[in-house]
Design a protein around this ligand. Structure first.
Ligand code: TRP
Ligand code: ZN
Length: 471
């Protein structure tokens, strides 16, 4: 928590906005009430204008949630620590669906709130929040969370399963079960305390804390102590067989497989060990693994995709076999997508191109299929050359174009600048922007500076112009 005098500052701004201390307080130079204004209801992503909010910066989420399997209901309190980046008279969090809020406080005092549109929770504290001051919002709510089923983006958010639930939040699911500044460029640390009937298991991002049991209920605790985008937060509740391993550097490696689908003898151990091996191999190319624990979860969710949730990806059993190259993809995302995250969804090729390229590298390293071969096959076989990789459109962020042409762009770049420079990019790009946010423009500049070359027309052709680039 930042600033022990949080409450004090707020009291001053309260008195000020009422004009009481104007003559005596040194804070009198601070803004009068008229200079406090509402934070923006969106963070400015052209694809998702309502997502995220303006006027503050979140540093931490504490999610305390109890889940009742019979009804699928949750009872939760989420506490958000943030700092105002403007003088705020009110601000929004993203929160959607049928959950009912029973109490909401700002700095410990009840605050007025309304819900507007699909996902805006508009909060008006009793007094303005001064620019630069930290504040804490606590929201208590209950109900049965509803997943998102978007025609173009598939299932996301809180997804009920046969024996629990799995929360997968890319790109727009987080707000289905916690109030959040749901934009990739407001990263924060997380603590999650999840209470379930004893016998069920809970997995989440990061490192486990103590598990406690009382009255037939068990509380699992997880913390992610590195900055995390909300789209990469995750929860898995249900019957799981958990394997605890240690990675080469000593970091915990915690993997789990849903009990109902854990049918192949030895699969848990193989999954755990392959995860560690792939991370070790990827670290040798991409630089040190960015988080304090690793792992993965194979679950029976039915979303038909795997997701690079931070430190611990989720692999939907129904996607395809969870084999080494899928692991290479989701674990490659830990560098490209998770530690380093695009500001705007239009730049998602910076995630998917590199993650797909990680699969190509895996095929070369472990299955003797040269990257150039995969490139040539993809180039010859790709049917869709119509879109733009960098800015594919809101409904196309998960199209093959983004994945395949993204990876082809990287292989074409490698051919153009040579192995030495290319592998320097693979290492320096994620380490320079560790835990940060990036754009395609920055990537292009980064490569140009590193190689001392003008690559404008190369990247224009591959990333911005529809049509099959000539080789
Ligand atoms: N980003 C995921 C990955 O490549 C895949 C994914 C997430 C996805 N949501 C999706 C694929 C929706 C298709 C549809 O690892
Ligand atoms: Zn991916």
């Amino acid at each position: 928590m930042r600033g022990a005098n949080r409450g004090h500052r707020v009291i001053i701004s309260c008195a000020l906005s009422a004009g009481l201390l104007a003559a005596t307080s040194p804070a009198a130079e601070a803004a009068p009430a008229s200079q406090f204004s509402p934070g923006a209801p969106g963070a400015g992503d052209p694809y998702f204008p309502d997502m995220g909010n303006g006027g503050y910066d979140v540093s931490h989420y504490d999610i305390r949630l109890a889940f009742t399997p019979g009804t699928g209901a949750i009872n939760a309190t989420t506490t958000v620590l943030a700092t105002a980046t403007q003088n705020l008279s009110s601000f929004d969090l993203d929160f959607q669906g049928p959950l009912t809020i029973s109490r909401l406080s700002v700095n410990g005092q009840d605050a007025a709130f309304t819900r507007s549109g699909a996902q805006e929770l508009v909060i008006t504290p009793p007094y303005g929040l001064r620019k630069g001051s930290p504040f804490v919002v606590s929201v208590t709510y209950a109900g049965v969370p509803q997943k998102i089923d978007d025609p173009a983006l598939g299932l996301s958010g809180w997804v009920a399963t046969k024996d629990g639930a799995v929360a997968l939040n890319q790109p727009i699911g987080a707000a289905t079960y916690y109030p959040v500044n749901d934009t990739p460029d407001d990263k924060a640390t997380y603590t999650q305390s999840i209470t379930v009937p004893s016998g069920l298991t809970v997995l989440a991002n990061g490192e486990p804390g103590p598990t406690t049991t009382q009255g037939g209920q068990t509380t699992f605790r997880w913390s992610m102590n590195r900055p995390m985008a909300s789209e990469l937060s995750m929860l898995a509740i249900g019957g799981y067989n958990v394997t605890r391993g240690v990675m080469a550097g000593g970091l915990p490696n915690i993997t789990a497989i849903g009990k109902s689908i854990d049918t192949k003898p030895g699969q848990g151990k193989v999954f755990n060990q392959t995860t560690a091996q792939v991370i070790q191999w990827e670290s040798s190319m991409y630089g040190p693994y960015p988080f304090d624990s690793a792992g993965g979860i194979i679950a029976d969710v039915g979303v038909h995709y795997a997701l690079e949730t931070q430190s611990r990806p989720v692999y939907d059993q129904r996607t395809s076999d969870v084999d080494g190259d899928l692991l290479a993809h989701e674990l490659g995302h830990q560098w490209f997508g998770d530690s380093l995250t695009p500001v705007h969804w239009s730049d998602i090729w910076l995630n998917e191109g590199f993650a797909t390229y990680s699969e190509w590298l895996y095929q070369e390293k472990f299955n003797n299929i040269p990257v150039q071969q995969t490139f040539a096959d993809t180039y010859a076989g790709e049917e869709d050359w119509s879109g733009q990789v960098a800015d594919p459109g809101r409904d196309h962020i998960f199209d093959d174009l983004v994945y395949n042409r993204g990876a082809m762009t990287l292989q074409a770049l490698r051919t153009k600048i040579g192995d030495r420079a290319f592998f320097a990019v693979l290492n320096l790009w994620p380490s320079t922007h560790r835990y940060g946010n990036v754009s395609t423009r920055e990537f292009i500049q980064f490569v140009e500076r590193l190689t001392h070359r003008d690559l404008g027309s190369f990247f224009r052709t591959w990333l911005y112009q529809p049509g099959k680039p000539a080789l």
